[in-house]
Design a protein around this ligand. Structure first.
Ligand code: 6PG
Length: 243
């Protein structure tokens, strides 16, 4: 198949990480120049870890005005904030503990609480932060994709995919792990959405996603469509081997 223009293929995951870090810096600069601040929803999982580590290095850290960055999370596992599986813990270890971002600028999802209450509370925080807008308009959303086509904690055929109004809902992974996730509506109003996908094990799913222009509930990542923002997929050669 012809690789869509919004897909960038990188020879290695390192080159992908560098490109993603550059896009973060560029998006932050643009947002802070145009409306004073930069709001970003971070992805969890393994793929973005090195990107966050790069952003904390001298090559990137000093190119971002961290005092005007607002960090959110696309999803969280229902664990304590210092749990090895916590997306917050990963981002804190890789990036947030190494850059001068005020603690008040980091909006952690309280995975340790009651999932429904935590989802409701995070939704209230989003609505408060983004003010009168009916939907959050993140300046940048990073997302990953699982081998089953899930993204954030929106899993195949989940009823969360049909949520018309709420921004944040509790879900469960196919393995039964409790999660809290932003909904498609919460993501789709972002100014810029960037998927980050590496590895041979995702090649078949990525090919499937790329062939579904209208999207499929079987492949939640294919349902993420920015309404008036931009969508970009950064993939490495191994993940792109099925394209
Ligand atoms: C999570 C993420 C999830 C992740 C994919 C890919 O909480 O795990 O939100 O959607 O992005 O599962 O994970 P890897 O990057 O580890 O392959």
């Amino acid at each position: 198949m012809e690789i869509p223009s919004y897909v960038s293929v990188f020879q290695t995951s390192e080159q992908l990480a560098l490109a993603a870090a550059e896009r973060f810096v560029e998006a932050a600069k643009h947002s802070q120049e145009t409306h004073g601040r930069f709001s970003v929803a971070l992805a969890g999982g393994r793929t973005p870890t090195h990107i966050y580590e790069l952003l904390a290095t001298d090559s990137f850290r000093n190119r971002v005005e961290w005092s005007r960055v607002d960090v959110f999370f696309g999803d969280e596992r229902c664990v304590q904030q210092d749990h090895p599986e916590s997306n917050y813990a990963m981002a804190h270890r890789a990036l947030l503990s190494k850059v001068p971002i005020p603690e008040a600028n980091v909006q952690r999802i309280t995975g340790e609480g009651d999932p429904t209450e935590s989802a409701r509370e995070y939704e209230a925080r989003l609505r408060n932060f983004f003010g009168p807008m009916p939907w959050p308009r993140f300046d940048l959303v990073f997302l990953g994709m699982g081998e089953d086509g899930h993204t954030a904690s929106l899993f195949p055929k989940s009823e969360a995919l049909d949520e018309p109004l709420q921004l944040v809902v509790p879900t469960k992974s196919p393995q039964g792990q409790c999660r809290i996730t932003l909904t498609l509506g919460a993501f789709s109003h972002a100014a810029r959405i960037i998927f980050l996908v590496t590895g041979e094990e995702k090649a078949a799913t990525l090919s499937d996603v790329m062939q579904r222009q209208s999207g499929s509930r079987r492949l939640p990542a294919s349902l993420v469509k920015p309404i008036d923002g931009t969508l970009e997929w950064l993939v490495d050669r191994k993940a792109a081997s099925g394209l």
